[in-house]
Write a protein that binds this ligand. Structure first.
Ligand code: ZN
Length: 154
C-alpha cells in the first residue's frame, strides 16, 4: 500500500469540504494543538448543553489527514454526550493501535477511513491531533458539570 492510497475518496472529500469548519461564539471548551512533526494545527471549540456537544467547530491548517480527520471527528461528535465522545476517543486510539476489529470501529463513521494511516508511524500523530484536542475539550466539559468545592458558596 502506497501513501497515495491513503488518500481515499472519503478523506479527500472531508479535506475539500470540511464539516463543522469555522468557530463558535463563546465556546465552553477550547483546545489549540500543534503537531510539529508535520506542521499541522487544530483549533477546536465546543459548546456544551445538558451534558451534550451542542455545537462543535474547528479551524486549522496542515496535511489532508489532520484536516480531514478533524472534519470526520467533529461531524461524528456533534450532538453526542460527553461520555459518548470520550468513549469514541478511546475507540479511535485503539483503532490506531490495531486493537479493534473492523466491526468494532464502525461506530467511528467516516473516521474508519483513517485506519490505514497506522501503517505509517510518522502520520499517526496527524490522525490523532483532532482527537487529542477533543479529549482536552472533554476534560474542560467535565469541569463545567462538576464544580469544585471552592466554587460552592459557604
Ligand atoms: Zn500532518
Amino acid at each position: 500500500m502506497s501513501l497515495d492510497e491513503l488518500y481515499q475518496d472519503v478523506i479527500l472529500d472531508h479535506y475539500k469540504k470540511p464539516r463543522c469548519h469555522g468557530s463558535i461564539l463563546n465556546p465552553d471548551c477550547r483546545s489549540s494543538l500543534h503537531n510539529p512533526l508535520c506542521g499541522d494545527t487544530i483549533d477546536l471549540m465546543v459548546s456544551i448543553q445538558d451534558g451534550k456537544v451542542n455545537d462543535i467547530a474547528f479551524s486549522g491548517h496542515g496535511c489532508s489527514i489532520s484536516q480531514a480527520g478533524a472534519s470526520m471527528m467533529t461531524e461524528l461528535c456533534k450532538g453526542k454526550s460527553v461520555q459518548e465522545v470520550k468513549d469514541l476517543c478511546k475507540v479511535f486510539r485503539s483503532m490506531m493501535r490495531g486493537e479493534k476489529s473492523s466491526q468494532e470501529i464502525q461506530v467511528l463513521g467516516d473516521a474508519v477511513a483513517l485506519e490505514g494511516v497506522r501503517r505509517f508511524s510518522a502520520r499517526i500523530k496527524c490522525a490523532l491531533l483532532a482527537w487529542d484536542a477533543l479529549e482536552k475539550c472533554m476534560e474542560q466539559a467535565e469541569d463545567l458539570s462538576c464544580p469544585t468545592e471552592s466554587k460552592i458558596p459557604a
